[in-house]
Design a protein around this ligand. Structure first.
Ligand SMILES: Cc1cc2nc3c(=O)[nH]c(=O)nc-3n(C[C@H](O)[C@H](O)[C@H](O)COP(=O)(O)OP(=O)(O)OC[C@H]3O[C@@H](n4cnc5c(N)ncnc54)[C@H](O)[C@@H]3O)c2cc1C
Length: 437
């Protein structure tokens, strides 16, 4: 720890954020003062899971960062996420795991059923050493991470409009509100439509031919699916549900669609389409969607981006670096998008922590190393997730029959199947930054 503090001793020399009593007042001040760009050491673009987890990891290493977020507040939509043991490993490392565990129960097993409700296989997770799967409400995860940051670390209503090199080895960011930031390091954690990634030369994510509906069903009398992740496999259609609490059930319906179709805004119409998709399923499955408040149902077109060796841009370039969906959007078939984003966050923070305070070239080297080291892991997860999705979304009745009668009941080994959730990282110490009041 002492060596960290010594190595970071240059930090106070860098301009810090102006603290202010409230976010609103801060926003009005920066908007009314047109002046030179505000200098920051590290700017994180996006206060999603990746941006906040990176800021918390850096803070625990004694390094300050500013997070700029286009929204007026933390995102509260997005239902829930399945967090696997690699995600928990990171959440423990940055000191929020236990706080979240008290709110979300551990799943006991996985159950696979055919579309007509017949059980194909049922497996316990409890026998798999170290495995831990819990559904976590996205809102709670974001709020828990944000609480660990000094006040005003996150600047809301501050969307990044453009980014450019300023010629002095720094990056100049233009924000939607007309202000500018000058940064040594810019971390693009701005999600699937990342402007940072676009600037670094990444192509748009690719639509994979599947869409997903998701929502949270409310069962005031108690949800009937137990502490299990239940999967229902049909032809070109898949339904999954995970208990979030005794009365809440997170669910998703994934279906094949050569084109995602028009955007539907009306929540009632959205629910109708979701119900239509599962009209042949047993009543208990249809009830999941029926018991979901209309406005909480979301439809998402599933996309990914494969990172090809040589051809794809590097994950870091001239002080800019990307993490999470900004870098490697992946299909949700393995439930690894957010988990791998958490892995990116701590891996990047550790690299920055090792390099900061020495030769400025070290920083660029650290970002390149991060990108090289993470590339194989995130590429593997992206491709595996796509392949698993293609296998599960088969439409051919013969192949679906082989899947349901032979592959799932006889060959599915959960321990092996979940081997991609193995990930190790050190526990980070408590923060050495004094939170300004
Ligand atoms: C249907 C579905 C189910 C999923 N289920 C799971 C699951 O069970 N488990 C799992 O691990 N993952 C799951 N995922 C994936 C997971 O949601 C994402 O991988 C994760 O949210 C990525 O986090 P992120 O921080 O990279 O991006 P985001 O969460 O998208 O955050 C990006 C943030 O950047 C902000 N932003 C964007 N542009 C700008 C800008 N120009 N300036 C400032 N701010 C900006 C946005 O407002 C947002 O707050 C699922 C995804 C889908 C679609």
């Amino acid at each position: 720890m002492t060596s960290f503090l010594l190595r970071h001793s240059f930090l106070p020399l860098l301009p810090c954020t102006t603290e202010s009593p409230s976010r609103k007042r801060y926003s009005s001040i920066v908007r009314s003062v047109a002046g030179p760009p505000r200098e920051e050491s590290i700017v994180i673009v996006g206060a999603g899971i990746g941006g906040l987890a990176t800021a918390v990891s850096l803070k625990r290493l004694g390094i300050e960062a500013v997070v700029i977020e286009q929204g007026e507040s933390l995102r509260t939509t997005g239902t829930s996420l399945g967090v696997f043991k690699n995600g928990w490993r990171v959440l423990d490392s940055i000191g929020v795991g236990d706080e979240l565990r008290t709110q979300f129960a551990k799943l006991k097993g996985l159950c696979f059923r055919s579309e007509d409700g017949k059980e194909l296989a049922s497996m316990s997770i409890e026998g798999i050493p170290g495995q831990e799967i819990r559904p976590v409400e996205r809102r709670v995860l974001l709020e828990t991470l944000a609480k660990k940051l000094p006040p005003d670390t996150i600047r809301f209503s501050s969307g990044m409009k453009s980014i450019q090199q300023n010629g002095n080895g720094k990056l100049l960011l233009d924000l939607d509100d007309g202000t500018q930031l000058l940064a040594k390091i810019v971390i693009g954690a701005d999600g699937v439509r990342s402007r940072v990634a676009k600037w670094m030369g990444f192509p748009e994510p690719r639509y994979v031919g599947q869409c997903a509906f998701r929502g949270v069903a409310i069962y005031p009398e108690g949800q009937p699916f137990g502490q299990k992740l239940s999967n229902f496999y049909g032809r070109g259609l898949r339904i999954g549900c995970i208990p979030v609490s005794a009365t809440k059930l997170y669910w998703f319906v994934v279906y094949n669609a050569s084109s995602p179709g028009p955007k539907i805004q009306d929540p009632i119409a959205l629910k109708k389409v979701a119900l239509e998709l599962i009209r042949n399923c047993p009543a208990d499955i249809q009830a999941i969607v029926e018991k979901t408040p209309d406005e909480s149902i979301l439809k998402t077109r599933l996309v990914d981006r494969w990172l090809w060796p040589v051809v794809s841009p590097s994950g870091s370039s001239g002080g800019a670096v990307v993490i999470g969906d900004a870098w490697h959007p992946m299909t949700p078939n393995l439930g690894q998008g957010a988990c791998s984003t958490l892995e990116d966050a701590i891996s990047l923070a550790l690299k920055i922590g090792e390099a900061i305070g020495g030769d400025p070239q070290n920083i660029n080297r650290a970002l390149v190393e991060y990108s090289k080291e993470r590339w194989s892991r995130v590429s593997y997860l992206t491709v595996r997730s796509y392949l698993v999705g293609s296998f599960l979304q088969w439409e051919n009745p013969l192949i679906c029959g082989i899947r349901d009668r032979i592959i799932i009941p006889k060959f599915l080994n959960l321990d092996q199947f979940l081997s991609h959730t193995n990930f190790e990282c050190p526990l980070l110490p408590e923060s050495s930054i004094q939170n300004p009041k």
